[in-house]
Structure formats: C-alpha cells, structure tokens
Design a protein around this ligand. Structure first.
Ligand SMILES: CC(C)(COP(=O)(O)OP(=O)(O)OC[C@H]1O[C@@H](n2cnc3c(N)ncnc32)[C@H](O)[C@@H]1OP(=O)(O)O)[C@@H](O)C(=O)NCCC(=O)NCCS
Length: 316
C-alpha cells in the first residue's frame, strides 16, 4: 500500500474524484472541489490517496484530505483538520487500514511542524480507539450533531499522559528512574512516589507527561494538585534526556500539563514550579511559558524544597 498526494498530479486527482463519486456520492461534490484546489495549493488543502499496486496498475483504496480549517465546525480558532477520510468497503473489518490512513495524516502534519490535529465527525466511538480525545460537541452547517476531536501528530517524539486510570507501566517507570538518576537526590523515592503516593490516591489529582523517542524515554514531568487547595497545582521532577535537549520537548510537555489542568479548571487556578536560582535553562523555559519568579520560596503542602530555590507561578 502506498500514499500519494494529488499535488501537481491532476491525473491522480481525476482518478480519486471519480472513485469518490462512485463510492461516496453524498460528499463527492465537496470532495472534488477540495481535491481540485489541492493540485496547486502550497500548504492546504491536501488530498492524499491510498493506492494498492495490482497487475493492472495502481488501484485507489481510500483517501483523506487535510484542511487548514474545517467548514463543519464553529471552532474557527482550531487548525489543522483531517477531513473526508474514506477506506474502501472491501477493506473494512478490523484490518487496520483506517488507522493506517490516520497515522499517515498525523505523520504528514507532524513533518509540517504541527503538534496537534483536529477532526470533526458524527462517527462516535471509532476515533477514540486511536487516541483521539473529544473536546466538544458541535453542529454541522446542515444541523447534524458532530463531535470535535484532538490528536497528537506523529514526529520524532511521542507524548503520553499517565494517571491513576492509565498508570505508567513498570518498564517506563524504570526508564524514568534512569533519567532522573542524574539530578534527583533519591530517585528511588520518586519511583516509589510514582507507583504508590500518586496511584493509590494520596494525591488524587496527579499525572505525568512523558516524552518518548521510539521506545526510549526522552523526558518527563509530574503535575499534582494540592490536597489542601484544589486550585493550586505543582509541576515538578522535570527533566529531558541530555541528547534530546533544545528541541522543544520540555516546552511541549509543560504546555500539555497546562492544557490538561485548564480543561478541568473552575477559575483562579495557579501552577507553581520550584527552580534553582542558577538554572538558566529552566528559568528561561518557565519565563517563555508565562511563569513569573516570586523571588521567594513558598511551601507547597507538605513538600519541602532545598536551598537556592525560588517559586515560579503562573495563572491558568
Ligand atoms: C530545563 C530542561 C528541562 C529544558 O528542556 P528542553 O527540552 O531542552 O527545553 P526546550 O527545548 O523545550 O526549550 C524551551 C525554552 O526553554 C528555554 N531554554 C531551554 N534551554 C535553555 C538554555 N540552556 N538556556 C536558556 N534558556 C533555555 C528557552 O526559552 C527555550 O525556548 P527557545 O528554544 O524558543 O529559545 C532541560 O535543560 C533539563 O532537563 N535540565 C536538567 C533538569 C532540570 O534542570 N530540570 C528543571 C528543574 S526546575
């Protein structure tokens, strides 16, 4: 199976438009207009065709389109979208071709520099299997309910969130231990904490964002809510593997932490970090992300911090 874009390929464009007319007539008008624009567009839209090699030549077996905005949603601030995805009915039935198309789209968008992608659908229950997360309900312009989903794109690094419902597997925890060894006074305590305090509910709102390169752990950060003040959050144990630094991993992990806290925020939430006064990398990172140095060391519940450290705070 291969994927080809119709960009600069009017012949393929005509082939896939005819295929769409035959297989999915209802959307073929809109699909054709977008496909035509894809032939000469520099960035968006894009029309990708899944092709199977046969003795008679390449046979179309599916397609998808990428748009900067989706005309179906009122969420005009979101970009980019995976749209009009179709797998040949002869290839349905758990063979994984839908997932293959989605992963191809996520790779294309990842290589264009996008971290996330969106999708609108009334096909409820399908995309969830592939890690798409619902972020809202919407109405199409013809009045039908649709859901808006978000997903990570695929690039050199993959990010995963672990929490009580989705605990970190032991092998990942050991890899995190290896990474933390260099900076933590007692990484074994952190390992215990990840498995016990966090998961058993001592800190009911606790999660970890971990970055992976292939199977290896490239970075990790923990976030937890204060047991005493439900609007007060702490970010800690942030680290990126030395050979992965300077590529935006910490930036992305903390943004993911902030987005997740923001999603369940009721208002007035603050997030704090504890940073050594001479840690220029971490100070620069937090400054870039809108944190401010309070100039003092404020306590966070029963947690104690060392010397030469100040508390940095940001509101959600
Ligand atoms: C701090 C740390 C997590 C940063 O990770 P990273 O993935 O390299 O950071 P990013 O690539 O996401 O950088 C994001 C921003 O942080 C700042 N930054 C990162 N490294 C920096 C450095 N060496 N000097 C100054 N600013 C730096 C920059 O503002 C950067 O944005 P830019 O690339 O647009 O300039 C990493 O250096 C690390 O693991 N250090 C050891 C552990 C540690 O100190 N943890 C923090 C404890 S509070």
């Amino acid at each position: 199976m291969t994927f080809e874009s119709v960009r600069n390929n009017p012949e393929l464009c005509e082939q896939v438009k005819a295929y769409c007319r035959e297989k999915w007539e209802k959307v073929s008008g809109v699909f054709a207009r977008t496909a035509d624009r894809s032939v000469s567009a520099e960035q968006f839209p894009q029309t990708w065709v899944m092709l199977m090699k046969t003795p008679e030549g390449n046979r179309v077996t599916g397609f998808y389109q990428l748009e900067e905005k989706d005309r179906l949603t009122i969420h005009t601030e979101l970009t980019p979208f995976i749209t009009t995805l179709f797998v040949d009915p002869g290839m349905h039935g758990g063979k994984g071709f839908g997932e293959m198309i989605l992963n191809h789209a996520r790779c294309v968008l990842g290589s264009m520099g996008y971290d996330t992608a969106y999708l609108c659908t009334d096909h409820i229950g399908y995309y969830e299997q592939y890690g798409f997360e619902e972020i809202g309900l919407d109405l199409t312009d013809y009045g039908q309910p649709t859901k808006v989903y978000i997903t990570d794109t695929l690039g050199d690094f993959r990010y995963e969130v672990f929490d009580r419902k989705h605990p970190m597997p032991d092998h990942t925890r050991l890899a995190v231990y290896g990474l933390q060894h260099e900076v933590q006074e007692n990484p074994a305590f952190l390992l215990w904490f990840l498995k016990n305090a966090a998961v058993t509910g001592q800190y009911p709102k606790f999660f970890t964002v971990t970055a992976f390169r292939g199977e290896g752990v490239a970075g990790t950060v923990n976030a937890m809510r204060s047991p005493e003040d439900s609007r007060s959050w702490y970010i800690g144990d942030l680290i990126v593997a030395e050979d992965c630094r300077g590529q935006g991993i910490a930036d992305k992990m903390i943004r993911k932490v902030l987005t997740r806290i923001g999603r369940c925020a009721v208002g007035g939430e603050t997030v704090c970090s504890y940073i050594e006064k001479d840690n220029e990398a971490s100070r620069g990172l937090h400054r870039k992300l809108g944190f401010e140095d309070t100039g003092e060391l404020k306590p966070f519940g029963e947690l104690h911090f060392g010397e030469n450290i100040t508390t940095w705070i940001r509101e959600i």
